[in-house]
Design a protein around this ligand. Sequence first.
Ligand SMILES: [Zn+2]
Length: 255
Amino acid sequence: MYYDINVILIFILGLIVGSFSNVCIYRIPRNESIIYPASHCPKCCSKIKPVDNIPLLSFILLKGRCRNCKTKISVQYPIVEFLTGLIYLIIYLIYGLSIQTLIYIILSSALIIIAFIDLNEQIVPDAISLPGIVIGFILSFFVYYISFVDSVLGIFVGGGIILIIGLTGLVIFKKEAMGGGDVKLAAMIGAFLGWRYIVISLFLGFFLGALTGICLIIAKIKSREDVVPFGPFIVLGSFITLLWGEKIISWYIGF
Ligand SMILES: [Zn+2]
């Protein structure tokens, strides 16, 4: 049977990057350095030994508790690690050993970090989205699968759609539904994926966001007045699009 060792390697790479992403998700909103100090338990401050810092495995072996003080470790840690490994793996299976795979895995890590910071703190960090817009634009000059015109259009179409919807919501409902953070996030994704993909991403994001909102209201977990962060849905929509965008487009044209 043919099998590709890279599949395993890329998944492990994703787990390791996911482990580092957890550090970013915790520290970036707190304006802490993502390098120093080394990982430590947020409760008892004891340093986490390398053997207890193995993605996924350590969480299972330690039964989700700090070795020193037995405080529960958030289940978000293994989730972020596994998600990163999984998305790396699917990107590789679709795009193979290519520059597109490399750029897409970097983009997806940035998006996972943004999505979880938004879930936890209801902010989209400028520290990632603003450099992301610039990097996506610069890269478009060097890669074959997106032109710089498409990248620029992506920035303005992506940011513009959210801006218009946000302003409309503000005028009609007198409520801030989408913040400036979402505008910059959509612009960043547009810079990497171009105008067609950002339109699909946002459409999927709105759809999934509305669906989730309705489910949460029906299940009485949230009320109509609660604000559900929109960033994670934009990210989810863009993941679906960067993986299966061409399929979605040819399906749509087939109608
Ligand atoms: Zn501890």
